[in-house]
Design a protein around this ligand. Structure first.
Ligand code: ADP
Ligand code: GLC
Length: 530
C-alpha cells in the first residue's frame, strides 16, 4: 500500500488496550490482533501500541527499549509471537504491571486509577504519533480503539502543530470510560476537554466521548450497529453527538482470523474436520460430551454458549429460558464469565441436571474452540451487539447460531426462514423480542430443522463456507486511511507542546519521553512547561 508520497508505505500506529494473545477480555482483543495483521499483508506498515500488562510483556517476543520515560517507565518495541506484528508496549510498572485483568483487579473491582492509566497511555501514544519513536518511524495515521484510547484523538486534535490523521473505532458504546470531572482536572487535561463541547458527559468526563468528538473519522464494527447507534435506543446517551458526526461514521463488519479459527487445522480439537468431512465434528461432539459429563446417547442437538455472562449477552434471559430449552430435548453447555450473580444462578440451574446441562465458569481459549467444534447450535443472543465474533466463529465450525437480529448479528447471520432458496441458504436462526419465550421459540425452530439431516447439512455448509475473512474489511479500512492521509499530513515539522484552553500550561500527565537512542531528542511535556 502506497500512501501519500510516491514509494511510501502508509504508516499506521494502531493503538488499543487489547491484542490477542498479549491481552484479551473479549472480541476487542481478537479484532485488534487480526485487523493489523491483515493490513500488513495488504502492504501497510502497521505498528500496534499496547499497555505493558504482565501478560503482554510475557507473551511478546524480541523486546527492546526504544525510549525511556519518567517514573522508571519505558517504551518497548516488540513483536507478537504469532504474526510477528511490531508492537510498542508502554512498560510503566506502576500503572500496568499488576495482577488481575487489564481493567479490574482479581476481585472484579475496577482499578481506581484507570483514568490515570489510560490517560497516560494516550499521552505517550500521542507523543509517538507526533514525534515518532526516536528511531525514525513516525505514523501517517493513528487508528485508536474504544474508550481506553479515546483521549488520543483529542490530544492530537487539540495540539496546534502538525499531526497525523486520526481514526477512532467504536467496538462497544456501552463501555465509555466515564470518570468524575475533578479526576480529569486533576490529571491536568486541557480545560477545553472538560466542557460539554469537549468530553464532558452528564457531569462526568467521558473518554469515549473524547474519541468520538475529536477523531477525524469514526468507524464501528458493523453497518447495522452504525445505524443503530444514531438512535436513543442504542446510542447509550451519545446518539446526539453521533448524529452530528454521522457523515464521518461508517460501519465496517469485522472479520475473523481464519487461520486461528479453522476447524481443519485447529490443534485444540480432538479431531479436525472441514465442510466436506464432517465426521470429525461428530467425534468432537462425543469427546466434549464425555469431557463435560453430558449424556453420550442424547439425540437432541448440542447447544453451546461461549460468551460473557452479562446483560448485553442476555445471560439473564438464557437463565430464564433454560428449563424450556432443556425440555425441548437439547443439551446445553455454557462457558464464560461475567456478572457474578448470573454466574452463580447458572451454576445453580445446571446443578442436578448434569446429563443435560453443563456450565463452566471462566474462559479458556482451547475450551472455546472445543465447544465450537462440538456444537450443533450456538446460543449467541444479545440485547445489542456491535459485531459479535463469537457467532462467526460458531458458523465457521458448523454450529448454527440461535441469535437475535441486532447489530453485527443482523449483518452476519441469514435466517433460514428469510434465505432465498435459489441463492444462499440460511446460516442460522434469529429472533426479535429479547424474551425467554422468543428465545425458546427460536430454538424450537432450530430443533425442527435439526431433525431433517439433509436440510441441516445444507445450512451447515452455507454457514461454514461464508467468507468471514478480514481481507475485504481490511481493504475498506485501507481506503479510509487513504482518504485521510494526504501529502500535506505527511510533512512533519518538529511538534510543539500539547495545548488546549489550559492557561498555556501543558497537562500534568507529563510522560516525559526522553529518547534513549542517539536520535533527536523529542520535546517532552515537562520541557514544554518551561
Ligand atoms: P464481546 O467482545 O462483546 O465479548 P465477541 O463475540 O465479539 O463479543 O467476542 C467474544 C470473544 O471473547 C470471543 O473470542 C470469545 O471466545 C471470547 N470470550 C467469550 N467469553 C469470554 C470471557 N468470559 N472472557 C474472555 N473472553 C471471552
Ligand atoms: C466488542 C463488541 C463485539 C465486537 C468486538 C470486536 O467487544 O461487543 O460485538 O465483536 O468488540 O469488535
Amino acid at each position: 500500500m502506497q500512501g501519500g508520497a510516491p514509494g511510501h508505505r502508509l504508516r499506521v500506529l494502531f493503538v488499543a488496550s487489547e491484542l490477542f494473545p498479549l491481552a484479551k477480555t473479549g472480541g476487542l482483543g481478537d479484532a485488534c490482533a487480526a485487523l493489523p495483521a491483515s493490513l500488513e499483508r495488504l502492504g501497510a506498515d502497521v505498528r500496534a501500541m499496547l499497555p505493558g500488562y504482565v501478560s503482554a510483556l510475557d507473551a511478546a517476543c524480541d523486546k527492546r527499549t526504544v525510549a525511556r520515560l519518567a517514573d522508571g517507565a519505558c517504551l518497548l518495541l516488540a513483536r507478537t509471537p504469532d504474526t510477528g506484528l511490531p508492537v510498542y508496549l508502554l512498560d510503566w510498572p506502576e500503572l500496568f504491571r499488576r495482577p488481575g485483568g487489564p481493567y479490574q483487579d482479581s476481585g472484579k473491582q475496577d482499578w481506581p486509577d484507570n483514568l490515570r492509566r489510560f490517560a497516560s497511555f494516550c499521552a505517550v501514544a500521542a507523543q509517538v504519533a507526533r514525534s515518532g519513536d526516536g528511531s525514525g518511524w513516525q505514523p501517517d495515521l493513528v487508528h485508536a480503539h474504544d474508550w481506553h484510547t479515546g483521549l488520543l484523538p483529542a490530544l492530537l486534535a487539540l495540539h496546534p502543530g502538525p499531526r497525523p490523521a486520526s481514526l477512532f473505532t467504536i467496538h462497544n458504546l456501552a463501555f465509555q470510560g466515564n470518570f468524575p470531572l475533578d479526576a480529569a482536572r486533576a490529571q491536568g487535561l486541557p480545560e477545553a476537554l472538560l466542557t460539554p463541547d469537549g468530553a464532558e458527559f452528564y457531569g462526568q468526563f467521558s473518554c469515549l466521548k473524547a474519541g468520538i468528538r475529536y477523531a477525524d473519522r469514526l468507524t464501528t464494527v458493523s453497518p447495522t450497529y452504525a445505524r443503530e447507534i444514531l438512535t436513543p435506543a442504542f446510542g447509550a446517551g451519545l446518539d446526539g453527538l453521533l448524529r452530528t458526526r454521522a457523515g464521518d461514521l461508517v460501519g465496517i463488519l469485522n472479520g475473523i482470523d481464519t487461520l486461528l479459527w479453522n476447524p481443519a487445522a485447529d490443534a485444540s480439537l480432538p479431531v479436525r474436520f472441514d465442510v466436506d468431512h464432517l465426521a470429525g465434528k461428530q467425534a468432537d461432539k462425543a469427546a466434549l460430551r464425555e469431557e463435560l459429563g453430558l449424556d453420550p446417547d442424547a439425540d437432541g442437538p448440542l447447544v453451546v454458549g461461549v460468551n460473557r455472562l452479562t446483560h448485553q449477552k442476555m445471560a439473564d434471559v438464557i437463565l430464564q429460558a433454560l428449563p424450556a430449552l432443556l425440555d425441548q430435548g437439547a443439551q446445553v453447555a455454557l462457558h464464560g464469565q461475567g456478572d457474578p450473580e448470573l454466574e452463580a444462578a447458572l451454576l445453580a440451574a445446571a446443578a442436578g441436571r448434569a446429563a443435560r446441562c453443563a456450565v463452566r465458569i471462566g474462559y479458556e481459549e482451547p475450551l472455546a474452540h472445543r465447544l465450537n467444534g462440538a456444537a450443533d447450535i450456538a446460543l449467541t443472543p444479545s440485547r445489542f451487539e456491535p459485531c459479535g465474533l463469537t457467532t462467526m466463529y460458531a458458523m465457521r465450525y458448523g454450529a448454527l447460531p440461535v441469535t437475535r437480529a441486532v447489530g453485527g448479528l443482523a449483518d452476519s447471520v441469514t435466517d433460514i426462514a428469510t434465505a432465498h432458496p435459489d441463492r444462499a441458504c440460511g446460516t442460522g436462526f434469529a429472533f426479535s423480542d429479547p424474551t425467554p419465550e422468543a428465545l425458546a421459540d427460536c430454538l424450537r425452530r432450530a430443533g425442527t430443522l435439526f431433525r431433517d439431516p439433509v436440510a441441516w447439512r445444507r445450512c451447515q455448509r452455507a454457514a461454514m463456507q461464508r467468507d468471514f475473512g478480514w481481507e475485504m474489511s481490511a481493504r475498506r479500512y485501507l481506503a479510509l486511511y487513504g482518504d485521510l492521509v494526504t501529502p500535506e499530513t505527511q510533512t512533519r515539522p518538529r511538534p510543539g507542546p500539547i495545548s488546549g484552553d489550559n492557561g498555556g500550561r501543558p497537562p500534568a500527565l507529563r510522560p516525559a519521553v526522553r529518547w534513549s537512542g542517539a536520535g533527536r531528542a523529542a520535546p517532552d511535556w515537562a520541557e514544554a512547561a518551561d
